[in-house]
Design a binder for this molecule. Structure first.
Ligand SMILES: Cc1cc2nc3c(=O)[nH]c(=O)nc-3n(C[C@H](O)[C@H](O)[C@H](O)COP(=O)(O)OP(=O)(O)OC[C@H]3O[C@@H](n4cnc5c(N)ncnc54)[C@H](O)[C@@H]3O)c2cc1C
Length: 268
């Protein structure tokens, strides 16, 4: 289908984008890689009256380490995150996750900021952001990942708020992200991430609820000395995933346990 008519503006600075968003208010949407927004517009599930294209804002694609933090600009594309030596050296799990997002076309266009702002339950970066206590930085404030993913497609972003970067802790110890899907380029039916950090484990799950999940019960069990197999059984504690065409709720809970065990075992 063809999207409904909309006005198009091209911003060259965050300030200009913010002013344009102010001007159009609720009717405007930021356009980044367009790989979630444009399909929604074509299906007319989204009908913004104005798009503010932020692709011309210089510096938003930067990826750099400052102290013990990895700063990933909102316009960093999946392909750049996947190929970045800065990411590979400082948060290799993120580089690996980026290489697992969609197909080449999606990875060439889709952005860190777009995935985070879109807050799809099956998005891969939100899981990593949540489990590592990342921060989402906007033109107005810094929001902790645990306060950012409120519900399915729901974040605290105001209409004129632009994600400028996501800040992760540096963590280059044992890690693994496993994405269970039917075809190589599909979204995760369920995903599980394991990262060793500061002597403990961080465990995150994708697509087992409306938001990413941090599997604290697994982390605590591992911390108390439980065997991996035993600890991984806690991955489905408290989960209430919805079923869909690809998996029932019970199957998703089963996958959460199995993939968590595999992720920990294969980490490093
Ligand atoms: C076939 C296909 C397969 C895919 N597979 C996966 C997958 O396996 N895993 C995965 O994680 N993703 C997947 N995606 C989604 C892909 O990663 C998108 O790129 C991503 O969801 C949105 O990023 P974008 O830059 O394209 O954002 P856009 O589509 O431009 O925007 C998405 C939403 O975020 C808002 N937005 C974008 N940037 C900002 C910003 N900086 N500040 C504030 N709001 C902003 C927009 O207004 C819009 O509401 C897939 C997409 C397709 C089409």
């Amino acid at each position: 289908m063809i999207p409904a008519a909309f006005e198009y503006s091209h911003a060259t600075s965050v300030e200009e984008a913010s002013k344009l968003l102010d001007k159009y208010g609720e009717d405007a949407k930021v356009l980044a890689g367009g790989h979630s927004l444009i399909p929604l517009m074509r299906l007319r599930l989204a009908q913004p009256k104005a798009l503010v294209d932020i692709n011309g804002i210089k510096g938003l694609e930067n990826i750099e380490v400052k102290g013990s933090k990895l700063h990933v600009g909102a316009l960093a594309r999946h392909v750049d995150i996947n190929n970045s030596h800065v990411v590979k050296d400082n948060l290799p799990i993120l580089a690996e996750v980026a290489g697992e997002v969609g197909d080449n076309q999606v990875r060439n266009m889709g952005t860190m900021g777009g995935v985070v702002a879109h807050a799809d339950a099956a998005g891969d970066y939100p899981t990593i952001a949540l489990m590592l206590d990342a921060e989402v930085v906007t033109n107005k404030r810094t929001i902790q990942a645990k306060d950012f993913f409120k519900d399915l497609f729901t974040t605290p972003l105001a209409v004129n708020e632009i994600v400028t970067e996501v800040v992760f802790p540096v963590a280059n110890g044992p890690h693994k992200y496993i994405k269970f899907r039917r075809r190589l380029f599909d979204w995760a039916i369920v995903g599980a991430a394991a990262q060793k950090m500061n002597g403990g484990w961080r465990i995150g799950l994708t697509n087992v609820g409306p938001t990413p999940v941090r599997a604290k019960a697994v982390e605590d069990a591992l911390h108390s000395g439980a065997k991996v197999e035993e600890a991984a059984q806690h991955a489905s504690d408290g989960l209430d995933p919805s079923g869909d065409l690809r998996a029932s709720p019970e199957y998703k809970k089963h996958l959460a346990r199995v993939l968590t065990r595999r992720a920990i075992e294969q980490a490093g």
